[in-house]
Write a protein that binds this ligand. Structure first.
Ligand SMILES: [Zn+2]
Length: 100
C-alpha cells in the first residue's frame, strides 16, 4: 500500500502555478527566489506581455502602439471564438505565437 502511494506520487506531474495544468518538470520555468513556483511557457508568455504592457504604459512609440493594438484585439478575437475556427483558428494561433 505504501509502495503504491510512493509510485503514484512519483507519477504525479507538477502543475503550473498560473493556469493549473499539469506539465513535465522540464516544461516549467521556476522563479529564482521561489523555486517552488513554476509556470508553463504559455503563462510565462502571458506574464511577459503583461509586464511589457505595464512598462510601456504612457509611452508613445510606434512599437508600443502596435503592441497595444494587438493586445486590445486579442481578447476580442478570443471572445468571438475565432481561434476555434477550422482554418482561420489555426492561422491565428500560429500567428499569436510570433506576435509580441
Ligand atoms: Zn500555465
Amino acid at each position: 500500500m505504501a509502495t503504491e502511494a510512493i509510485a503514484d506520487d512519483q507519477l504525479e506531474r507538477p502543475a503550473c502555478w498560473c493556469c493549473g495544468e499539469a506539465f513535465d518538470e522540464h516544461d516549467l520555468s521556476r522563479l529564482g527566489s521561489h523555486p517552488e513556483v513554476g509556470v508553463c511557457a504559455g503563462c510565462a508568455q502571458w506574464l511577459y506581455r503583461r509586464a511589457r504592457a505595464s512598462a510601456e504604459a504612457g509611452t508613445r512609440t510606434p512599437g508600443s502602439s502596435v503592441r497595444r493594438g494587438i493586445a486590445a484585439a486579442r481578447p476580442r478575437v478570443i471572445r468571438a471564438g475565432l481561434q476555434d475556427w477550422p482554418v482561420l483558428g489555426a492561422l491565428l494561433r500560429r500567428l499569436d505565437k510570433h506576435l509580441p
